[in-house]
Design a protein around this ligand. Structure first.
Ligand code: CMP
Length: 139
C-alpha cells in the first residue's frame, strides 16, 4: 500500500449544522493526518473550476450554488491507501445508499447536500489538491 494524499471538503450543510469537529475527529481516528487545512467561502469561479468534470451534468448549476452558499473546510489528508480508505469512511455519494456509520449516512441531508466531498482516484486527488493547495499534491 502506498502513502497517498486526498482532498476532503466539509460542505456547507455540515459546517452550518455544526458537524465540523465530529468529522475532523473521525478522520483522525481513522488514521488520517491533516497536512493542510483552511476554511473558505468559495467563489463561483472556484466551485465551477473544481467541479469542471461535472459541467455538462444537469445538477451542475445547483451544485455550484450549494457549494458557494456558505463556508466550507478544505483539507488535505494523508494516510496509507488514503483514497480508498477515505471513500469507505464517507460512504456512497447518495446517503440513501451509504453504509451505517459512514459520514454521509450520519451527516448528509440529500444527494447534493451530502456533507463531504472525496477524491475518487489518484489523478483526481492530484488535481483537486492542486486546485486549493498548490504544492501539497504529492505525499
Ligand atoms: P461530490 O462527491 O462532491 O461530487 C459531485 C457532487 O455533485 C456530489 O458529491 C453531490 O454533492 C452532487 N450531486 C448532485 N446530484 C448528483 C447526482 N445525481 N450524481 C452525483 N452527484 C450529484
Amino acid at each position: 500500500m502506498a502513502l497517498e494524499r486526498t482532498l476532503s471538503i466539509i460542505k456547507p450543510n455540515a459546517v452550518e449544522d455544526g458537524h465540523t469537529g465530529a468529522i475532523l475527529q473521525r478522520f483522525e481516528q481513522e488514521g488520517f493526518r491533516v497536512v493542510a487545512m483552511r476554511m473558505a467561502h468559495l467563489t463561483r469561479a472556484q466551485a465551477e473550476g473544481f467541479y469542471a468534470v461535472h459541467k455538462e451534468r444537469p445538477f451542475f448549476a445547483d451544485l455550484v450554488q450549494f457549494m458557494t452558499r456558505s463556508r466550507v473546510v478544505l483539507i488535505v489528508l494523508e494516510r496509507e491507501d488514503a483514497i480508498a480508505h477515505y471513500r469507505k469512511v464517507i460512504g456512497a455519494t447518495d446517503p440513501a445508499k451509504a453504509e451505517p456509520g459512514t459520514i454521509r449516512k450520519l451527516y448528509a441531508k440529500s444527494l447534493q447536500e451530502n456533507a463531504v466531498h472525496g477524491s475518487d482516484a489518484v489523478e483526481t486527488a492530484r488535481f483537486e489538491i492542486g486546485w486549493f493547495f498548490p504544492g501539497h499534491d504529492l505525499a
